[in-house]
Design a protein around this ligand. Structure first.
Ligand SMILES: Nc1ncnc2c1ncn2[C@@H]1O[C@H](COP(=O)(O)OP(=O)(O)OP(=O)(O)O)[C@@H](O)[C@H]1O
Length: 224
């Protein structure tokens, strides 16, 4: 379960405040949930708050469950360190043993297909390469919830296929919170939906109801 208690999140703009969530209180059940909203509504920000790499201005988000770092966002890595060194660093943070770390490095190296770049600083990577490294690393760990931010579209066609297959195997054993503009993927992978709109968060028990409401909003506002 994830509890949002009076959560308010805003960003300061030059002249005003941009509200993402305005005093939202809600309890989310343990199921796969798709997150929808127009461009700039705050989907990625919500995901970062769930992953505890960004925090509300007021209120709190509470859960006893473990969350992956948001897949699909390339932030969080140390740019001057190699891909391999970044993985070792994360393994240390998660108290992995020497043997577990060795296996994780092997897995990610094989999965991410970075060739020589695996031993080069991350600042030399393209955004797709960073995405592949982060994606492989997240798959190598076990979490209660995987946070996925449009990761299904990371990489070229063959990598995308491999990533989708690996992700589907992974999510058979955990829950997902998925941000995507792809309605088919949302409908296939999620049971429930969250719709972010103008600082409010709406929960739909059926993902297809969330998708229909999202489409209605898009029709009335002009699609983005
Ligand atoms: N650090 C920041 N400072 C100021 N404004 C920010 C900051 N981060 C995000 N924003 C603004 O907050 C709003 C929500 O951003 P966010 O990336 O969460 O939206 P989104 O729904 O994921 O968008 P998209 O669908 O385009 O990816 C946007 O208007 C964005 O410009």
């Amino acid at each position: 379960m994830i509890e949002l208690r009076n959560v308010t999140k805003y960003f300061l703009t030059n002249e005003d405040q941009k509200y993402i969530l305005d005093d939202v209180t809600m309890t989310l059940p343990e199921i796969n949930i798709g997150i929808l909203g127009r461009n700039g509504s705050g989907k990625s920000t919500l995901m970062r708050m769930l992953g505890k790499i960004e925090f509300p201005n007021r209120g709190s988000i509470y859960s006893k469950k473990s969350f992956s770092w948001p897949l699909g966002l390339s932030g969080g890595s140390v740019p001057n360190m190699t891909g391999k060194a970044n993985i070792k660093f994360v393994c240390t943070l998660y108290n992995k043993t020497h043997e577990e770390t060795r296996k994780i490095i092997e897995y990610v190296k094989d999965f991410a297909e970075l060739g020589d770049y695996f031993d080069m600083p991350i600042k030399t990577y393209s955004s797709g390469m960073k995405g592949r490294l982060g994606f492989g690393l997240s798959l190598a760990f076990d979490f209660d919830y995987m946070l996925i931010d449009e990761t299904l579209s990371t990489g070229d066609a063959s990598f995308k296929e491999k990533a989708q297959k690996a992700l589907r195997e992974k999510i058979a054993h955990c829950h997902i919170l998925l941000v995507s503009h792809n309605m088919k993927t949302l409908s296939e992978l999620c049971q429930a939906g969250l719709l972010l709109h103008e600082g409010k968060l709406y929960y739909y028990e059926d993902i297809d109801d969330a998708i229909n409401r999202y489409k209605e909003i898009n029709r009335s506002k002009g699609s983005t």
